[in-house]
Design a protein around this ligand. Structure first.
Ligand SMILES: C[S@@+](CC[C@H](N)C(=O)[O-])C[C@H]1O[C@@H](n2cnc3c(N)ncnc32)[C@H](O)[C@@H]1O
Length: 218
């Protein structure tokens, strides 16, 4: 169903470092129930990219019970935790794509999404890894094509290197998006949502201040 090329390759871990045994058969059995297959014309969608342990998807599903949250993540240890929570709490508006967000973009032939969240994308701070960064102007333009009119993208990061890179990407696609919160005093996540993902907590514990960028489709 999905193809991939180098530019859109997904780097990073699929499994956690802990040697704890995970019953993968059990994971795939549960995944079938929540796996994203196709868009339903009657549904409205939120795209949640790189969900880690799933906190953002759970938050969005509760915040927008009338929308379907499409959670994209290849990190199985995180997905297991998300699916356990979803099952235990009977959450019925989260679907999971256990893989690369580019797969979803490739098969999206319409403006299906009302919102895109990208919380703490991997910063790949070394110069030689810069090509691995997800947020580029090309990527934002791809998102522009699948977003409904006036819909928004939320990007959070605590990496100063990535902030500069993201700003440059936003600048390059200024024809496509209005950067809504352009003033420094408007960049704090907590002014918008009460959510603490694993990487949000990591940033705060290390005295790094996360920034949130809000882009609205023009
Ligand atoms: C730094 S973690 C952040 C996790 C979570 N959002 C948080 O705030 O704690 C970034 C996550 O993005 C995922 N990721 C990276 N590139 C991705 C892509 N192209 N598609 C889907 N997920 C991706 C990684 O597997 C990783 O789990």
């Amino acid at each position: 169903m999905f193809s991939s090329n180098y530019t859109n390759r997904l780097f990073g871990r699929t499994r956690g470092r802990s040697k704890k045994k995970i019953n993968l058969n059990n994971y795939y059995e549960v995944l079938v129930k929540y796996k994203f297959q196709n868009f339903n014309e009657k549904s409205e969608y939120i795209l949640d990219v790189g969900t880690g342990y799933g906190e953002s998807s759970i938050f969005l599903a509760k915040q927008f019970p009338d929308k379907v949250v499409l959670s994209c993540e290849k990190y199985i240890d995180g997905n297991i935790i998300l699916l356990k929570y979803v099952q235990k709490n009977n959450i019925n508006n989260i679907l999971l794509h256990n893989g690369n967000v580019h797969n979803i973009i490739e098969i999206t032939n319409k403006e299906y999404f009302n919102l895109v969240w990208i919380f703490f994308p991997d910063p790949w701070p070394k110069n030689r890894h810069a090509k691995r960064r997800l947020i580029t102007s090309e990527f934002l333009i791809k998102l522009h094509k699948i977003l409904k009119e006036n819909s928004e993208i939320y990007i959070a990061t605590d990496s100063t290197i990535y902030v500069r890179f993201i700003l440059n990407s936003i600048y390059k696609c200024k024809k496509y998006f209005n950067w809504v919160n352009q003033s420094e005093i408007n960049l704090s996540i907590k002014d918008y949502f009460d959510i603490e993902t694993k990487y949000y907590k990591k940033a705060i514990n290390s005295q790094r201040k996360p920034s949130l960028f809000i882009l609205r489709k023009l």
